[in-house]
Design a protein around this ligand. Sequence first.
Ligand code: C5P
Length: 327
Amino acid sequence: MSGGTESGNGSRTSPGPQRGSGSRTGGAGAVTVRVPAKVNVQLAVGAARPDGFHDLANVFLAVSLYDEVTATPAAELTVTCEGPDADKVPLDRTNLAARAAELLAARHGISPDVHLHIVKDIPVAGGMAGGSADGAGALLACDALWGLNTPREDLLEICAELGSDVPFSLVGGAALGTGRGERLTGLPVGGAFHWVFAVADGGLSTPAVYGEFDRLTEGVEVPEPTASPALLQALSAGDTTALAGVLANDLQAAALSLRPSLTATLTTGTEAGALAALVSGSGPTTAFLVKDAETAETVARALVASGTCRTARTATSPVPGATTLTT
Ligand code: C5P
């Protein structure tokens, strides 16, 4: 079941002229960038700020599920998408890939004339930063296609403007995100961690989950979010058992409140041999930390057989961030 149990292959195009298929190998002048999903091994959430965002201590790990974004020259900005959940991906200017192209072009005073093709393998609206991955991927792909050589810090600034998780999609590996999650400090990781991800039917809206967090914590003193020293130590030691003991997601109660059926998925994974289970980010994907690749296969099979999720994927972490495959 390596790489998971997804099947089927949808394909969608946006209105407007299309330019080629945006294949992985690309044509003349095509650039393809591969970007990983993320899991939050700690997501500590503070009280709502005046701007509506929440301060976080957000420990990200990049995991080996990937989207690919291919940029090719075009007469105007268009987005297409293929993959099992392509029908759930917006192809208009709300797509973070399109917005990334627009922001980058605006910064350089040029027109964002590009076709962006997304090969989507990261669960959509699943709490694994799939939309953020596409934003970071489009940014790198357009930068290379247009020969801009934008400094890394400027790219990170655009990423932060696109969304709280987008800078991490660019950087990958492991990092602590503070502020609303966009201010990153790289973290050392002493070994590989094995994961299973249970993909739920349908997505959960991130603002809705944060809104539910606010509702559940109303009248409660919410402490300042801080990174757990024990968790940072477990990561740097590459100690799976220790990490399993300290995984924490402050959004989990809110996600379970909006989607109570996820409790059965979490229980199924732990009963099948996972060392720990938690909701991934704002959900509804659930993440299971397991001791090795073999156990990952066992847990993934049990999750699929239980009918408590749509599909299950296996993955390892950490992996590098957005990476250019072709130029
Ligand atoms: O930054 P991003 O666009 O991903 O955020 C989506 C939504 O998630 C925000 O509009 C906000 O409702 C919520 N959010 C938050 N605090 C954060 C990150 C996101 O409240 N640190």
